[in-house]
Design a protein around this ligand. Structure first.
Ligand code: ADP
Length: 167
């Protein structure tokens, strides 16, 4: 039987990384030989963490997961994928709402660059978590400690304390 080395990238904003993203990484790494978590550097209007901080938090989390690394990139995902010689784009699915958007994205990426997208579905308990929701709940003082990894929780607390002190 022939075997092929498959490298995947998992692109996203990860502002910040959540337990849902981490679940996708843990499932994805079982499917591929190498997985690169790719933090998009495109300017987000309501960004909470700078790309370098997002990369740092992810690096702390994947340090002990073999064959997973993290970097940031700018510009088109398909161009970044080509630079990395990636065979596959990995994305996560939470709901049917995600499917509609992701379907269009995957079709576009395949037609412009010929790259396949592979989807994994999250654990049901993380199906409602989004980075946007995390940013909103945290800024209103809600408890998100079981929705994000501990290092992210700590940084969120610090960030919110700093912005409160500045007001
Ligand atoms: P983007 O801005 O590119 O959508 P995100 O960081 O929001 O970046 O998400 C990156 C990928 O992770 C997307 O495929 C998204 O659907 C998926 N994702 C986000 N949250 C979850 C979750 N809770 N469970 C599974 N997949 C998720």
């Amino acid at each position: 039987m022939s075997s092929k080395f498959v490298r995947a990238i998992f692109p996203g904003s990860f502002d910040p990384i959540t337990n849902g993203h981490l679940d996708v990484i843990q499932r994805g790494v079982k499917l591929f030989d190498e997985l690169i978590v790719a933090v998009g550097r495109s300017p987000l209007k309501d960004q909470l963490f700078a790309p370098a901080e997002r990369v740092e938090m992810i690096a702390e989390l994947v340090r002990d997961i073999q064959d997973v690394s993290v970097e940031s990139f700018e510009g088109l995902t398909v161009e970044y994928a080509a630079t990395k010689k990636a065979d596959v784009i990995l994305r996560g699915l939470r709901s049917l709402t995600d499917v509609r958007y992701e379907f269009e994205l995957a079709m576009t990426n395949r037609s412009v660059a010929g790259i396949e997208t592979v989807f994994v579905m999250t654990t049901e308990q993380y199906g409602f978590i989004s980075s946007t929701l995390i940013r909103q709940i945290a800024s209103l003082g809600g408890n998100i400690s079981n929705l994000v990894p501990a290092n992210v929780y700590k940084r969120l607390q610090q960030r919110l304390r700093t912005s409160r002190d500045q007001q």
